[in-house]
Design a protein around this ligand. Structure first.
Ligand code: ZN
Length: 277
């Protein structure tokens, strides 16, 4: 099983200092969309999809919030183009697993219309039947093509003390949805057993690697954005605290990463390049 770390979208909101914690106050920040492409024996699995080709053609469909976040929307950053650059076809992506369905995580869905899309049931309900407050965050064009949704609900499995939902039993590797509710109503992490331990993709459960430290650190602009954007602030904070406890107790067995931290992405890509060499 080989895992590629892809950036499937770059956002350049104002103030690197407030968002990245370094650089100029007026310099554009760098925020990435860290997705994973897993090469399994019988096809590819894509974990989150970033922005898609239709978002590149029409960034306005992402809505007014993304206007402020200033997405770069480059065709070469779409998961589709990166899958093709690795020598595969869109139809080789058999499964997609989504941490949640915000526009910066679901944009690539229409580019892989044949794939099964695995989502936590509560997130699917939140996105397809949004309450009034959630209506601006979920955008219909990302699922207008009618994805092959595969809904998953909690069934009593456990992972390091968290609830876990085992998915993709035929993959030949253990993969679980790990509910980390808060950022959205059905937000999950995704745990993958790799050769040397576990990788937990935490989606938007945290935004900066400093938030996993004890005591946590986070640039003020990012902290504010998370506060503003949480569907359930109390659960978001509680789950972030549980992630810190997880790292403190089991950090040597686990690698955690999130969607939007450029430092984590750069590190993971550099590590992959070293391993390949
Ligand atoms: Zn996000």
């Amino acid at each position: 099983m080989r895992i590629h770390h892809l950036n499937c979208g770059t956002l350049c909101p104002h103030s690197a200092r407030l968002i990245n914690g370094r650089g100029g106050w007026l310099e554009p920040a760098r925020v990435v969309c860290h997705c994973l492409l897993i090469e399994a024996d019988d096809g590819l699995v894509l974990l989150d999809t970033g922005f898609g080709t239709a978002d590149v053609a029409n960034p306005r469909q992402l809505g007014p919030v993304f206007g402020l976040l200033r997405p770069k929307t480059e065709i070469g950053e779409t998961a589709l183009k990166q899958v093709e650059a690795l020598g595969f076809a869109a139809s080789d992506v058999r499964q997609i697993v989504a941490t949640h369905l915000d526009p910066d995580h679901s944009g690539g869905l229409p580019d892989f219309p044949e794939a099964e899309v695995h989502v936590f049931g509560r997130e699917l309900d939140a996105a397809l039947h949004p309450c009034l407050r959630d209506r601006p965050r979920y955008i219909e064009p990302h699922w207008a093509h009618g994805p092959n949704w595969v809904r998953h609900d909690v069934e009593g499995d456990e992972w390091f003390g968290f609830e876990g939902v085992r998915i993709l039993p035929d993959l030949g590797a253990e993969v679980l949805l790990v509910p980390l509710i808060g950022h959205t109503r059905g937000h999950t992490g995704i745990a993958i057993r790799t050769g040397d331990g576990w990788l937990l993709h935490c989606g938007d459960a945290y935004f900066n690697h400093g938030e996993l430290a004890t005591p946590p650190r986070c640039p003020p602009g990012l902290r504010f954005f998370q506060l503003l954007n949480a569907a359930d602030g109390r659960q978001r904070r509680a789950n972030q605290e549980r992630l810190r406890e997880l790292v403190a107790a089991h950090g040597d067995e686990l690698q955690l990463l999130c969607s939007h931290d450029p430092h984590e992405l750069d590190q993971a890509q550099a590590e992959s390049a070293r391993a390949a060499a």
